[in-house]
Write a new protein. Structure first.
Length: 477
């Protein structure tokens, strides 16, 4: 049995801004179910919800600050969470990175430096908890100083650093280094210094025993200038201790056989019932109720990263075809306005819902025939996995986790039973449009389409699968 300290700036359902929270709320449970002793450590934000207030454990003094540690549990599990309680930093309304108005916290460097110091004290069993981990699993730049500070300790635990999105690096002016009172021996070009500035993420990339990212393809991509954001050289240098492990999905929350949020449950053996979800969705969204019409869908953030501009470029042509398109998401205001204009022009063809609605998300996954995910980059992605589980075939760009989880429908993959969606390479509207047309041709062939649906629904995207890969890695290091 391994003792694992899982350090994260956010954890679902306590507080969530992105995919990191999903991982922090799922992977520790899956590891516990494999017999491991896992503790999550995160800041005690004012905005935490859905959990019991923590009981006081102890007070730890770091860098002239007295910090309390509280203990609670991850809802619906036996996983212990230690909350780093320092109201001066974490006791304000807002999310982990921004205040209520959406502005970044001015003292964000101080906040996460303090958090990292506490993680180190806990990891070295200097926090009076009588528990010392074998592995400290750090996530994203907010925990990047942990492997760096631990590198100065004798008899330290092993460290794993997971990159969820290379675009966020935690870079601060050089004087921050002095202000944070960080050890001088870490300030050099192979350490925390990055072009004369302080880089939190470099602490994780330079000092951890192993680096992982959330898909094998993304692990390769971040070693290139396009995806490495200036750190591709360091990642290339560390390629022998860098690997990708695809995130899992919550099989209980996303299961068409038991999903209480959809109009009609179904399985890969009762695929004919899936259409009831389509007609219910058409009725809910005010589209003509026509069961035989192919329905394409998209759920996500309306930003450039997600390739939403490619979809916008294709919408006029799509509106002239026998299909319907439904979208749920929010993001860039100008994109929202353009999408709503299309919905007004083609009310029988296009439905746009701005915002996020968990029930509607499930109904779209169950009701649509195809799911568009033409991302420019996608470290892992979850919706393409949900879609396959619901027999809603994804149309994706060949990048990151999309490339690793969707098998393009080609003669060979059809023959060997692995085909589960449609993949295109170039981030241009023409490539997306061609792939949509290819999918529509196959959709007209019912027996073939159902074969593809069964292939997709039979895949194992469970957290248990991912947790076994992490456990093998912990044992190796």
């Amino acid at each position: 049995m391994k003792k694992i300290l899982f350090a994260s700036s956010e954890t679902q359902p306590l507080i969530k801004t992105g995919g990191l929270a999903d991982v922090a709320g799922s992977l520790p449970i899956a590891l516990t179910e494999l017999g491991q002793d896992v503790r999550i450590i995160m800041p005690n934000y004012a905005s935490i919800k859905d959990c019991d207030p923590g009981r006081y454990l102890c007070t730890v003094r770091v860098n002239n600050a007295d910090v309390n540690l509280l203990e609670t549990r991850l809802p619906n599990s036996n996983v212990i969470i230690w909350l780093v309680d320092y109201p001066a930093f974490f006791g304000h309304p807002g999310n982990p990175y921004n205040d209520e108005s959406g502005n970044p916290w001015p003292d964000i460097g101080d906040r996460f430096a303090l958090f990292c110091r506490i993680v180190v004290e806990v990891a070295m069993d200097r926090a009076y908890l009588d528990w010392k981990p074998d592995v400290v699993h750090c996530n994203d730049w907010q925990t990047g100083l942990v492997p760096a500070l631990l590198s100065l300790e004798e008899y330290r635990p092993s460290t794993v650093f997971t990159i969820h999105n290379m675009a966020y690096q935690g870079i601060f002016p050089s004087n921050t280094y002095t202000l944070l009172n960080l050890p001088g021996q870490l300030w050099h070009t192979d350490g925390l210094e990055y072009h004369g500035m302080l880089s939190f993420i470099k602490g994780g990339l330079s000092y951890s025993d192993w680096i992982t990212t959330v898909s094998p393809t993304y692990a390769q991509e971040i070693q290139t200038p396009e995806f490495g954001y200036g750190l591709e050289g360091l990642l290339g240098h560390r390629q022998h201790t860098l690997s990708g492990i695809i995130n899992g999905i919550d099989n209980n929350a996303w299961d068409p056989q038991t999903d209480p949020k959809i109009a009609q449950t179904y399985s890969n053996r009762t695929l004919s019932k899936k259409v009831i979800n389509k007609t219910a969705l058409q009725a809910r969204l005010g589209l003509p109720v026509t069961p035989e019409l192919p329905m394409l869908s998209l759920i996500g953030r309306l930003v450039d990263q997600k390739g939403i501009d490619l979809v916008l470029s294709c919408l006029k042509e799509m509106a002239g075809m026998p299909l319907q398109f439904v979208l749920l998401g929010s993001g860039d205001t100008s994109i929202q306005v353009r999408l709503q204009d299309f919905a007004r022009l083609y009310p029988d063809k296009i439905s746009i819902t701005i915002g996020y609605d968990e029930n509607l998300a499930h109904q779209i996954e169950a009701g649509a025939d195809m799911f568009l995910m033409p991302s420019r980059f996608e470290p892992c992605g979850l919706n393409q996995m949900y879609s396959q589980r619901y027999g809603t075939l994804p149309i994706v760009r060949k990048t990151g986790g999309l490339a690793d989880t969707v098998v393009d429908t080609l003669p060979q993959s059809l023959a060997n039973g692995s085909a589960s969606g449609f993949v295109f390479k170039d981030a241009v509207p023409g490539a997306l449009m061609e792939t949509i047309k290819r999918a529509l041709v196959l959709h007209a062939n019912r027996p073939l389409w159902q074969k593809l649906q069964r292939n997709a629904m039979g895949k194992d995207f469970s957290w248990e699968n991912s947790a076994n890969q992490y456990l093998a890695l912990y044992r190796e290091i």
